[in-house]
Design a protein around this ligand. Structure first.
Ligand code: NOJ
Length: 570
């Protein structure tokens, strides 16, 4: 079977609020995206994934949508979105929109109607449940289940006016839609068709593996196992890849994509998804989604919770990536990412953002990821080596997840300094500081006051400084993206992990039709002699590297892509 177009594509994620402001209000917008399209063309990416720009009260920066078929004035107009579609298509790029349909905003008219009364025709569009038996509504412990929300506290919010609770896996301003109700599903599919009719090329589907909940015949939802040190429990068994998830996604495919002219891309964001499930989700024969965002690798530096970070052990990363590569080799497809708007910056987290090694570790991590089999996603700023922000105090954070976490941690008496230290490392706000376009005071992001401060390191680390520098992180990304386009081994070759237990060197091969690439990355500050470790690497022609003059020693954070084909001839 011929490989689909996205097998050799690279996607770029724009988080519009922090990308480029065009009207001086300090918040990025569509006008800003339109102004910066040359940056994407220059990089060579094929797909733009645009985080939400829909009308929203912005409780979760747009992941709380109050109208699925419009554009928030904060970000611009529908005409500008049409303009963006046309401009991208003219440049040979595609637009993937964010689809957030596990939940809406509590200000969405559907929810307003639903909460209006117990007999509202839309009551059943959301998850309303009475207080737990024997409890009065609003009392501690009266929540219908013990599940903890992703954004701290219980997942249930009491509505005194109607005497029932509604479910919100995320913030209380993000009520979960009830996908059991066919009217909900039909409304979502109609909305998706409307966007495709406008010309968008697909969807990144927010927490899409949470739309099916494990609900008993009588409507009962089940408590989860208690969380250590908490009165709440882990409800994930009831909502991650629930009983009807495959049915819903197949129905969505049938109702939205089947029979439609065009080439689309669908990527399902799926926390907790296993390889076995991912094979089912991405098997083309099943017609569900093209690829999934899995979370295994970004959980390897957590101890139970992201707020208890521990150092990453390289052998764990190899084992994880290796399993995913093998697991989706014959069926399905991987997506590849380090960074996105929910993760701290990879160069600070998995690389080394000290002045000495920042450039080399950013390019090394990029090489490692982009040479795997799958579709790589570049998150805005990653291509210039943007790093975590030096947050000084808790008041510097804006993200609802971080703010709620700090509040909840204080209630249970955690040490504020320790909580702050973890937030500095792990907060999503690290990814959300404005893109550093140049060395000017607001980094070229805005003429106003940026909604989140610009990282002070922008004076040195910015796109303008890197654009014409062949040794820059930006230039390296350009080369990696071009390599995937030009070389079918990079896009399609078989993957084999080498040195699974080595702490410093991440190495693997990619092979296709008699050609083999060897990828060798030193993911440490220590130099390493290649002649003993990987003798086949010594003297092999360099296809792409991140440091000049490669020799028998692999220098700290050095990465090489080598062509082994000529070696067998020599
Ligand atoms: C995942 C999104 O990426 C994240 O930013 C958001 O907070 C949650 N889903 C809820 O929509």
């Amino acid at each position: 079977m011929e490989a689909p177009w996205w097998a050799s594509a690279v996607a770029y994620q724009v988080y519009p609020r922090s990308f480029q402001d065009s009207d001086g209000d300090g918040i990025g917008d569509l006008g800003g995206v339109l102004q910066r399209l040359d940056h994407l063309t220059d990089l060579g990416v094929d797909v733009l994934w645009l985080s939400p720009v829909y009308p929203s009260p912005q409780a979760d920066n747009g992941y709380d949508i109050s109208d699925y078929q419009g554009i928030d004035p904060l970000f611009g107009t529908l005409e500008q979105l049409d303009e963006l579609i046309a401009a991208l298509h003219a440049r040979g790029m595609r637009l993937v929109m964010d689809l957030v349909v596990n939940h809406t905003s509590d200000e969405h008219p559907w929810f307003e109607e639903s909460r209006a009364s117990r007999t509202s025709p839309k009551r059943d569009w959301y998850w309303w449940r009475p207080p737990r038996g024997g409890f009065a509504g609003g009392d501690p412990g009266a929540e219908p289940t013990n599940w903890q929300s992703f954004f701290s506290g219980p997942v249930w919010e009491y509505d005194a006016a109607t005497g029932e609770y509604y479910l919100h896996l995320f913030d209380r301003r993000q009520p979960d839609l009830n996908w059991e109700n066919p009217e909900v599903r039909e409304a979502v599919y109609a909305m998706m068709r409307w966007w495709l009719d406008r010309g968008v090329d697909g969807f990144r589907m927010d927490v899409i593996n949470m739309i099916s909940k494990d609900v008993a015949e009588d409507g009962h939802l089940h408590d989860g196992p208690p969380l250590p040190g908490s009165s709440l429990g882990d409800g994930s068994a009831s909502y991650l890849c629930g009983p009807r998830i495959h049915e819903f996604l197949q129905e969505m495919h049938r109702e939205v994509f089947a029979g439609r002219d065009g080439t689309f891309l669908t990527v399902g964001e799926m926390p907790g998804v296993t390889i076995e499930q991912a094979r089912l989700f991405t098997d083309p024969v099943r017609a569900e989604v093209d690829m999934v965002f899995q979370f295994e690798h970004v959980g390897l530096d957590h101890q139970g919770s992201k707020w208890r970070p521990v150092p990453l052990r390289m052998r764990d990363l190899k084992a994880s990536f290796g399993r995913w590569q093998t697991g989706l080799a014959d069926v399905g497809w991987n997506s590849l990412y380090w960074d996105n708007h929910d993760q701290p910056r990879a160069v600070s987290r998995f690389g080394d953002d000290s002045p000495e090694f920042r450039r080399d570790s950013a390019t090394c991590l990029a090489t490692l990821l982009h040479l795997h089999r799958g579709t790589p996603y570049v998150y805005q700023g990653q291509e210039i080596g943007m790093a975590n922000f030096p947050f000084a105090s808790v008041d510097d954070f804006r993200d609802v997840e971080s703010v709620n976490h700090f509040g909840a941690a204080m209630v249970v008496g955690e040490d504020p300094a320790a909580v702050l230290a973890a937030m500095r490392r792990m907060s999503r706000d690290n990814a959300r500081t404005p893109v550093q376009w140049d060395a000017s005071p607001s980094a070229g992001f805005t003429t106003g006051t940026p909604w989140l401060p610009v990282n002070p390191d922008h004076v040195e680390w910015n796109a303008a400084a890197q654009r014409d520098d062949p040794s820059s992180v930006l230039a390296h990304y350009r080369r990696l993206i071009a390599l995937r386009h030009e070389n079918p081994v990079v896009a399609l070759g078989d993957f084999a992990m080498l040195l699974p237990d080595h702490d410093d060197v991440y190495a693997f091969t990619r092979s296709l039709d008699g050609e083999t690439l060897l990828v060798v990355c030193n993911v440490s500050r220590r130099s390493c002699d290649l002649s003993d470790l990987l003798p086949q690497a010594v003297g092999a022609p360099l296809v792409l590297g991140n440091l000049p003059d490669p020799g028998p020693t692999l220098r700290p954070w050095e990465a090489r892509v080598l062509d082994l084909r000529d070696r067998s001839v020599a």
